[in-house]
Design a binder for this molecule. Structure first.
Ligand code: NAD
Length: 256
């Protein structure tokens, strides 16, 4: 379905980004991965998939490294058709205790990096007359939670950014949309489960149950695979006129 297409997925060495990268590759796209941690383990996930897989180690907090990564993707893949802005970090603290450097890092990685990748990828997409930009926002792009001011600000920001660029590209073959997951059991969320288990003196299973019960009416985690298949759908012709939307995949969280 995506044979001949190419994709760059930021923050794709684990969690949601890895799930989206795998879905795109399984549907035929060649993919450049990015992110930290165990890169070999991430690459091994693609062993049985017939797709070309590249990797660039850019830090999404560093604009010059982002530029190098986009150029690498364009060079190694020949062109860049699908850009998934997924890299993200979290920090949980009341605003008066929030370390300013954590605020800056969250805004840089969760929001500003998408400005840089988008401005650098768009000219090539325009030249080819086709493109997809998919921003992994969050339910926190639509509603807030206490103790997450930087994250909520960054995710509301990226939903707004999505709408703005969707308007700038509205008459082109390039669409720009956001995906807003609720709880997905990735390392980013496991940290919050661990903190809850420690603070409330409960085991891992009970901490997960409480986390879901508080926000996510389905009481089920969304999976990276489900988000990957939504990203694939957004790359199909059926989605040609879906522009500037924010898709909730949150078990009913934002419906409350
Ligand atoms: P994760 O921690 O499993 O993965 C984050 C990825 O980003 C990793 O590959 C990591 O190496 C990479 N990364 C972190 N900092 C980076 C940097 N400076 N430069 C480059 N790469 C960097 O987290 P996840 O849960 O898969 O989160 C992915 C995205 O989904 C984030 O934007 C997050 O806000 C969003 N999200 C997650 C959930 C959830 O419940 N897990 C819900 C809504 C939205």
């Amino acid at each position: 379905m995506l044979t001949g297409k190419t994709a760059l997925v930021t923050g794709s060495t684990s969690g949601i980004g890895l799930g989206i990268a795998k879905s795109l590759a399984m549907h035929g796209a060649n993919v450049v991965l990015n992110g930290f941690g165990d890169v070999d383990a991430a690459k091994a996930e693609f062993r049985d998939i017939d797709a070309e897989i590249g990797y660039h180690p850019a830090d999404m907090g560093k604009p010059e490294q982002i530029a190098d990564m986009v150029a690498y993707a364009q060079r190694t893949l020949g062109h860049l058709d699908i850009l998934v802005n997924n890299a993200g970090i979290q920090h949980v603290a009341a605003v008066e205790d929030f370390p300013p450097e954590k605020w800056d890092a969250i805004i840089a990685i969760n929001l500003t990096s998408a400005f840089h990748t988008t401005r650098l990828a768009l000219p090539g997409m325009k030249a080819n007359g086709w493109g997809r930009i998919i921003n992994v926002a969050s339910t926190h792009g639509l509603v807030a939670s206490a103790q997450k001011s930087a994250y909520v600000a960054s995710k509301h920001g990226i939903v707004g950014f999505t709408k703005s660029i969707a308007l700038e590209t509205a008459t082109t073959g390039i669409t720009v949309n956001a995906i807003c997951p609720g709880w997905v059991l990735t390392p980013l969320v496991q940290k919050q489960v661990d903190a809850r288990a420690a603070a409330e003196g409960v085991d891992d299973a009970e901490a997960k149950r409480r986390l879901l019960a508080e926000k996510q009416p389905s009481l089920q985690f969304t999976t990276p695979e489900q988000l990957g298949e939504l990203a694939v759908f957004l790359c199909t012709p059926a989605a040609d006129n879906i522009r500037g939307t924010a898709f909730n995949v949150d078990g009913g969280w934002a419906a409350q």
